[in-house]
Design a protein around this ligand. Sequence first.
Ligand code: GLN
Length: 492
Amino acid sequence: MIRKSAAEMSEALTKKEVSAEELAIAHYERIDAVDPKVRAFLYLDRDGALSAAKNVDARRAKGESLAPLAGVPLALKDVMTQKGIPTTCGSKMLEGWRPPYDSTVVTNLKKNGVVILGKTNMDEFAMGSSTENSAFHPTHNPWDLTRIPGGSGGGSSAAISSFEAPLAIGTDTGGSIRQPAAVTGTVGVKPTYGGVSRYGLVAFSSSLDQAGPCARTVLDAALLHEAIAGHDPKDSTSINAPVPKVVDAAKRGDVKGMKIGVIKELQGEGYQKGVLERFNESLEILSGLGAEIVEVSCPSFDYALAAYYLIAPSECSSNLARFDAMRYGLRVGEGSAEEVMNATREAGFGKEVKRRIILGTYALSSGYYDAYYGSAQKVRTLIKNDFENAFTKADVLVSPTAPTTAFKIGEKSNDPLAMYLNDIATIPVNLAGICAMSLPSGLATEDSLPAGFQIMAPAMADDRLYNAGAALERELLAKWGKPILDLAPELI
Ligand code: GLN
């Protein structure tokens, strides 16, 4: 049962072939068996999950009509608040903090009867591409335990790819849903900015952060997307418009006549050979299905990484100022407020978080503001214009999700720039506020590890991602003869 998709689990629950309680127990058994090696979770809420599951079973027994995902288990990235459940953001700074409220994503999950198994590991405050920046422990890629599961949401991607949960929540500021999906052979979607509420999502970079679905299939991602999306008056940047019909789109999967734009700047030098081979193969498949492939150019993308690494640290230096030893979690030392604050921040924040706070504080300081932050904001507009231009020529745009397959744990941890380069293809989407999906395109020939195919669509056209993604997924599945995770030589 745990190897089924969320949609199949939902069907089995509806037909009463399995109960939500049995499903939760089966997943905890799997977690007990493999998580000592994978280390995807930071916290398991066994009591809460089992009582939520029993509640769903009781409602079903009474004949109530339930939401499609009622009774389906999920793993929650530890950046989202869940009332009474420890929320650390992968940081010592928040160790021991139990939020007094639910994030809107969690409220929506609960309304849908989704069973939250526990909280997943992540890079501290979502800063990183490998989950090695977690203050607690790294998470291991189920395809090869010596490799990273992506980041910052490596706990969520590892949980779904090792069958510890069929669904997970991630957050994507510069790629943290899509790059982990790419390197674990799973599906991840960064919805349009404002499409899913940020209320209760611990802020890293508020103008970029977006929560979204992680799953093993395009349809499962769509079901989760619809469950969590929608307007929220508690988030001033939430979009007040109907949620795009992503489930219908995932069921349609028809690209005939669709114009697909290949972004010239997001391929070539720096991209692994096998990743590009799988990318080109996917393009051929889409073209064979009747899509028209065109090439588009987005010249400002060359500056996207530089702009991101000014904007995100600037916003983080402001957002993380709230961790002052007075309000949440950790408190170290004694003496004046300033002394306690200094000692707590010194002990509570890891190296990467400190690096970003220093970078951001510098970029925002008087005298440098125009040269750094101001210029980065102008580049952001140019990137948005590049996308707008490209979308006059194509309905969706595509690229490899990440330039490489999963790298080894430790390989890039002493070289922040090499780590940052892993997000080269995902970051422009966040800067423009549009939406994108990563789905598996197959295994790179040289290392037999999964590669990711990225589809991008204009703001509020999230349904196009699911339509194109479902078409490609169906053809690839037929080609492989089985789901990509079944191709893993040894999946734990
Ligand atoms: N890896 C990127 C960073 O370190 C993106 C992180 C994210 O999307 N949260 O900022």
